[in-house]
Design a protein around this ligand. Structure first.
Ligand code: HSE
Length: 474
């Protein structure tokens, strides 16, 4: 059936499209990239891909390419065929059996095979992956990767190479798993100055904090659950220390502001210090605790604030309702206003959905005449804002001696440093051995001033433990 929407467009029907390929070429110049669904010819050779890695995501890509093969062929006009798979360990037991006929253990097999147009890098890490991606681009093979650590560390160099080789790197799976946030920022919001991006971009941490808050679990217990459910890696260090989220924040900041920010200029805190007491007191005060990636443009100075920190947000805030392993990203543009993206930020199927969307882009690129290589640097912004200068409200929990005069000492130090107190509670029933917790909500103040002041408060004789404090956002 021909497409009836408009005589001048090319429709769904395979024969109809083939009959009209004379018109497709010119149409593609204009329409293909924006809407590859409707304008693809169907007589192109299969797209041969080389898959590096057959772990959770690699196996998911293989499985889901097979599952939705017909749909993808219809939508892209090409068959997407896995020609070779490279794994490190052939003997590893796997949920999905390796298709032995096409498997090897040598990454060079992907580079040296001239039939392979696309290398899908899903091996993780930053050493072998870096070499593989450089070698693939060197041979003008398109790269698809979900490797956030690689892009955060080497994005600047890799995208320069991609530009030099006129060969793209696609990386939708690198941030927030199945949520299509990369293409959203790159394409859909291209007409906006991005004012801010605030994200819950680590599912493991969000799961742990949700269970601590809702089921009253301690940190270790909640982490154990996250491991049992397969959310946290066997070594969850990068999840809980904030760096997985930081890598994603660096990528989002780079896309938003056209420059790669160095990892050592990003301020990162994890959730290891957050205790059950904190999630409970925050809840009593009307807040949820979330690990947030904050990316914010300061238009006056042109500087960019990028940081990852456990933070309190009001229970009324839309991000407070993002629970369990889910991710959500709030993007504000000067033209569009506020937008929110929600979904599964990890897991085999959601992440392979993102990889497959990149494969579809790669498949249609050949006919689309699109020369973009994945990242467009520009010089409008670039200076990272020192974290000491960033301003917010704060939550401060102190374990102090339970006697008169203590509060006066603390409020004196805060007052001397121009930090106002918004509210204070001493939650009853938590006293032990002559000490009691007090929780103060502090007014907007620069981070550096608050750090120094809390250091001085910690040194008071009446303060029994290391203070626990977090930013309050939103
Ligand atoms: N481990 C990550 C998370 C997913 O828990 O969100 C991969 O970045």
């Amino acid at each position: 059936m021909p497409d009836s929407r408009n005589e001048s467009t090319v429709g769904y029907d395979r024969r109809y499209r083939l009959a009209r390929t004379d018109r497709v070429d010119s149409l593609n110049q204009y329409y293909c990239f924006e809407n590859p669904i409707f304008y693809m010819p169907t007589d192109l050779p299969p797209l041969q891909i080389g898959l590096a890695g057959f772990g959770n995501v690699g196996a998911g890509v293989f499985k889901n390419l097979e599952k939705n093969r017909d749909l993808l062929r219809e939508r892209t006009g090409r068959d997407i065929v896995v020609r070779k798979i490279v794994v490190r360990d052939l003997s590893k037991s796997r949920e999905l059996a390796l298709p032995e006929r096409i498997v090897s253990t040598d990454l060079d097999d992907l580079i040296n095979d001239d039939e392979i147009e696309i290398v899908v890098e899903l091996i993780g890490g930053t050493d072998r992956a870096f070499e593989l991606v450089k070698a693939a681009l060197g041979k003008k093979k398109v790269v698809v990767t979900g490797n956030k650590a690689l892009l955060a560390a080497h994005g600047k160099e890799l995208f320069a190479l991609a530009e030099q080789q006129q060969t793209p790197i696609y990386f939708e799976a690198a941030v927030a798993g199945g949520i299509p946030i990369i293409k959203t920022v790159q394409e859909s919001l291209v007409g906006n100055h991005i004012e801010s991006v605030t994200g819950i971009i680590n599912g493991t941490c969000n799961y742990i904090l949700t269970r601590m808050s809702e089921a009253g679990l301690g940190y270790e217990e909640a982490l154990g659950e996250a491991k049992d459910l397969g959310y946290a890696e066997a070594d969850p260090t990068l999840d809980v220390n904030g760096w997985d989220a930081a890598h994603k924040a660096i990528i989002l900041a780079s896309l938003s502001y056209g420059c790669w920010l160095p990892e050592d200029e990003i301020y990162v805190e994890g959730i290891e210090k957050v205790s059950g007491k904190d999630t409970q007191f925050a809840d009593d005060l009307g807040y949820a605790v979330k690990l947030l990636g904050i990316i914010q443009l300061h238009p006056d100075s042109g500087s960019i604030e990028v940081r990852v920190q456990p933070s309190l947000i009001s229970k009324d805030h839309i991000l407070a309702s993002v629970k369990g392993v889910f991710n959500a990203i709030l993007v504000t543009g000067d033209v569009v206003g506020e937008t929110l993206f929600y979904g599964s930020g990890a897991g085999q199927d959601p992440t392979s959905s993102a990889v497959i969307s990149d494969l579809a882009d790669a498949a249609t690129r050949v006919v689309g005449g699109n020369s973009r290589t994945g990242f467009v640097p520009h010089g409008l912004y670039g200076k990272p804002m020192p974290v000491e200068e960033t301003v917010s409200k704060y939550y401060l929990r102190l374990e102090v001696e339970d006697r008169p005069g203590v509060l006066a000492q603390i409020s004196t130090l805060l007052g001397e440093n121009d930090i106002g107190i918004l509210s204070m509670i001493q939650p009853e029933g938590n006293e032990s051995e002559g000490a009691a917790p007090i929780v103060l909500m502090l007014h907007y103040a620069p981070f550096g001033v608050v750090c120094d002041t809390i250091e001085r408060i910690a040194a008071l004789d009446c303060v029994r433990e290391e203070p626990m404090w977090m930013r309050v956002e939103g």
